[in-house]
Ligand binder design. Structure first.
Ligand code: BG6
Length: 472
């Protein structure tokens, strides 16, 4: 083993990310009901320990303190999402909410004053419930309402935001809402999901077109959750299974949102099974072609391992991507057992190389990567600080592969961790903690973890010392 100093490019973005629904809390500004609040009202037992998003990390009341904590943990950039429901409390449409504008302007100004660049995302799973009732992403009217919301944000905050993002993980709500039953309104219907996906992509393109009108210096792009796909073996059936899984989960959004076109193999397959969206015009395709991402955020958590199906599908059951493959559990894999996700550090390198080689080496950054751990109180010292060495190791091991990717020419501009202060994780609520800063749920007290101190040093030094026998 040798110690090697891993130095990152100048002005590298060090920071983290979270979202409005997961961190802000409802507050008093006025806010429309979101799908999460609606679902919680209807089925509270689907949320871990029956905790909903009413309070979460109470950022709406504590943002002054939180900006100081950003500074103390080395942030030079931070991704928030702007709540559509807060900006348009009349069910996502109508007049803009001056109290919401004041809140975000104050927060963004304070971040800038403290040397923290604002990365603003416009949609992080938080549809106003009434609009969901009108069809959500299956509806052209909802797309129009979203574009109006996006346009309003460019106008109100364009002078304060460094980079914009149209969506965080647009695949997530499609999987959750239409295929796998972990998002409201819990439908299982691929074709409706394909329509919602298509309109999400259209909304992305139209928001980019709106951003261009303002001539802002900022760039605009999207944040995608991407996992490199690995076949179990080189057997042609395994390879084909991996290729199809990759089309569904990776290329489906990456191609149209970055290249402006849909992968032909995927559209052919969907046509064969009569699963293409019903409402899709030439004009829509043209807008998508002309308005592609200028910057790309990569959320990387785990690899995707796939094998050929061992069992027959039931053709009378609902059409699903896994008609074509099965997930492969690789013997001896390293796991984050709390979240059930494989840890495979090299995947971050593979992902970056894919973007370099197949997507024109578009300007990109790691927009999420992180490790959720349950019962972190176990690791508290006598002063109440969480000594999370496992998280420090997780970050270092991923950064080493990111460093290698950058040295091989990948256009990677930063690394954002999930997350800053422990925040609410959808149906997992506060089960797994991801933060650089711990949260006492009863008192809302924030305490910087050991990883938060590490992160400050990392950012101050723009690199770290790594013990390695494989990097050169
Ligand atoms: C990302 C999302 O997929 O993963 C976040 O953008 C989410 O919103 C994070 O919280 C961690 O996943 P989870 O399900 O443990 O909260």
């Amino acid at each position: 083993m040798t110690l090697q100093q891993l130095q990152f490019p100048e002005n590298f973005w060090w920071g983290s990310a979270w979202s409005a629904e997961q961190a802000e809390g409802r507050g008093e500004t006025g806010k429309a009901e979101t799908v999460w609040e609606r679902w919680y009202k209807e089925q509270p037992t689907r949320f871990y320990q029956r905790i909903g998003s009413e309070v979460t990390t109470d950022h709406i009341h504590r943002y002054h303190e939180d900006v100081q904590l950003m500074k103390q943990t080395g942030h030079n950039s931070f991704r928030v999402s702007i709540s559509w429901a807060r900006m348009f409390p009349n069910d996502g449409v109508g007049e803009v909410n001056p109290k919401a504008v004041a809140f975000y302007r104050d927060l963004f100004t304070e971040m800038n004053q403290n040397g923290v660049k604002v990365f603003a995302n416009l949609y992080h799973f938080d549809m106003p419930a009434k609009l969901q009732g009108q069809g959500g992403w299956e509806s052209r009217d909802v797309v129009a309402a979203y574009v109006h919301f996006a346009d309003t944000c460019f106008k109100e905050f364009g002078d304060l935001v460094y980079h914009w993002f149209t969506f965080n993980e647009p695949l997530g709500p499609i999987l959750g809402s239409y295929l796998e039953d972990f998002h409201y309104p819990n439908v299982i219907d691929f074709k409706r999901g394909a329509q919602a996906a298509f309109f999400t992509i259209l909304a992305h393109a139209q928001a980019i077109a709106a951003h261009k009108k303002y001539g802002l210096e900022s760039k605009i792009g999207v944040i995608l959750n991407l996992s490199p796909t690995f076949p179990r073996s080189q057997n042609p059936a395994d390879v084909k299974a991996a290729e199809i899984a990759d089309l569904f989960y990776t290329r489906s959004f990456l191609d149209p949102m970055v290249k402006g076109t849909f992968p032909e193999k995927l559209t052919d397959l969907l046509r064969t099974y009569d699963q293409l969206p019903a409402d899709m015009t030439e004009a829509d395709l043209q807008i998508i072609k002309e308005n592609t991402s200028q910057i790309l955020g990569l959320n990387y958590y785990e690899p995707r391992r796939v094998k050929a199906r061992l069992t027959a599908i039931n053709p009378e059951g609902p059409f699903l991507p896994d008609w074509f493959f099965e997930h492969h559990v690789m013997p001896g894999r390293k796991m984050n057992e709390y979240r059930g996700w494989e840890i495979y550090e090299k995947g971050i390198y593979d992902l970056c190389m894919d973007i370099k080689n197949n997507y024109g080496n578009i300007e990109a950054f790691i927009s999420e990567n992180g490790m959720g751990v349950a019962d972190e109180e176990r690791f508290m010292d006598e002063n109440g600080q969480v000594i999370d060495t496992y998280r420090i190791d997780f970050i270092k091991d991923h950064l080493a592969y990111l460093w290698k990717a950058i040295n091989e020419g990948c256009n990677i501009k930063g690394y954002h961790l999930w997350t800053f202060i422990d925040c609410w994780s959808w149906i997992n609520a506060y089960k797994n903690r991801y933060g650089l800063v711990s949260l006492d749920l009863a008192t809302q007290k924030r305490t910087i973890k050991k990883s938060g101190e590490f992160y400050k040093n990392l950012s101050d030094n723009n690199g770290f010392e790594y013990e390695t026998d494989w990097l050169v």
